[in-house]
Design a protein around this ligand. Structure first.
Ligand SMILES: NC(=O)c1ccc[n+]([C@@H]2O[C@H](COP(=O)([O-])OP(=O)(O)OC[C@H]3O[C@@H](n4cnc5c(N)ncnc54)[C@H](O)[C@@H]3O)[C@@H](O)[C@H]2O)c1
Length: 364
């Protein structure tokens, strides 16, 4: 680390990489020393925006020629593992975009590498750093909505079609990370159905279900084939319900005081009546900040303090394991895939990345 703070290199200057570059450039305790992209046109674009940043096309050069403390990986999923492995082997703290890697075996290897070298490994599950999701977790933990019965999430719009991953691997990581965080537990099984309408073998529409203990479940609809953009999640509790619409600028969360109850007992059918409750709904105030800025800041804090990231390798692994199960289910026409290997039998001992909110080291 120099007097300019943590020295960073960013690999991947496509759609998402430049947003990471902008956020790191604007943070006080770091310097973006160099960026790398195999595509010269994308490099030129970022180099034009930030003339002081060095540009290279070969990531080996990035690791070798600059005295970097940390590497940020914003390339397509299949390259996450080789790039992250090279970064960790070179002794760099590593930030990987979601999903962490193309398989859970790759994730496990990366976690072990980071652990054995004492390096920070953060996976960008961006939404967990957003004001809206933090507020939802606060409401749930305060017991305001009662026991969560189910969660339904829809993330739909027309394209950006990916060639190497299906829509579930592209869009559902956001929903899965939020759902695991809000419920504070991992699913016991996953099933997924879908269809590839445009690119053969690459599903552009999927419906995923996650089953949890005590009959709780979550459904996630993902689509690149939808006329309207929808980013909506409904959390149904026994006392209240939350609707989270991420496309709203100011009123992203609405809490509805509605519920329906069955009478505890009745003697005749005439006495039987469901009891519907309709109370006021309210819109909690959110202190808005760009979630990506919060992730970048958290990465730097973890490097400086040695604290485990809120979304470390383990959170990345758990998410990829769910995506793998979803792919297996797609192949089996939607059959449920159960998790046979309990998490406590894993080879690595990542003490960070708590799935349960509240125990997280991220202060926000
Ligand atoms: N957290 C979020 O909300 C969010 C949003 C969008 C994308 N992402 C993630 O960001 C990552 C990148 O997505 P994108 O949409 O920017 O992709 P993209 O295709 O637009 O850009 C990827 C860039 O990486 C470059 N690249 C690929 N392999 C390389 C290599 N080996 N060396 C150097 N450069 C290489 C490509 O030339 C390209 O410019 C993905 O993992 C994606 O899931 C995350």
């Amino acid at each position: 680390m120099t007097e300019k703070g943590i020295s960073i290199g960013v690999v991947g200057c496509g759609y998402w990489g430049p947003l990471l570059v902008r956020n790191f450039v604007n943070l006080p305790n770091c310097t973006v020393a160099a960026v790398c992209d195999a595509n010269e046109a994308r490099l030129k674009h970022v180099g034009g925006l930030y003339p002081s940043i060095q540009c290279v096309t070969d990531y080996n050069k990035l690791f070798a020629d600059f005295d970097l403390d940390a590497i940020v990986i914003a390339t397509p999923v299949k390259s996450h593992y080789p790039l992250a492995k090279a970064s960790l082997l070179a002794g760099k703290h590593t930030f990987i975009e979601k999903p962490m890697a193309a398989s859970s075996a790759e994730c496990e290897e990366l976690i072990s590498l980071a652990e054995s070298r004492g390096l920070t490994l953060l996976v960008d599950h961006t939404f967990l750093y957003s004001a809206a999701v933090r507020k939802i977790v606060e409401i749930v933990e305060a017991g305001d909505i009662g026991d969560i019965r189910y969660i339904n999430s829809r993330r739909l719009n027309l394209g950006l079609f990916q060639k190497d991953i299906n829509v579930a691997w592209d869009l559902a990581p956001h929903d899965i990370s939020i759902i695991l965080h809000v419920l504070g537990e991992l699913p016991i099984s996953v099933n997924c159905q879908g269809n590839a309408h445009v690119t053969p073998q690459v599903e552009d529409v999927t419906n995923m279900s996650l089953m949890f203990r005590h009959k709780r479940f979550a459904t996630i609809q993902s689509s690149w084939l939808e006329p309207r953009k929808i980013r909506e999640m409904t959390i149904v509790g026994s006392r209240r319900m939350i609707v989270y619409d991420d496309l709203q600028t100011h009123e992203k969360i609405r809490v509805y005081d509605v519920r329906v109850e069955r009478p505890p007992h009745y003697d005749t059918f005439a006495e039987f009546q469901y009891s519907y409750h309709y109370g006021d709904s309210y819109i909690p105030h959110l202190h808005q900040e760009e979630p990506l800025k919060a992730v970048c800041q958290h990465f730097l804090e973890c490097i400086e303090t040695g604290v485990a990231p809120m979304t470390g390798g383990r959170a990345g692994f758990e998410l990829v394991r769910i995506l793998e199960a979803a792919s297996a289910s797609l192949k089996a026409n939607g059959a449920p895939i159960s998790f046979l290997r309990p998490l406590d039998q894993l080879a690595f001992h990542d003490t960070g990345a708590p799935i349960k909110a509240g125990t997280a080291s991220f202060a926000g």
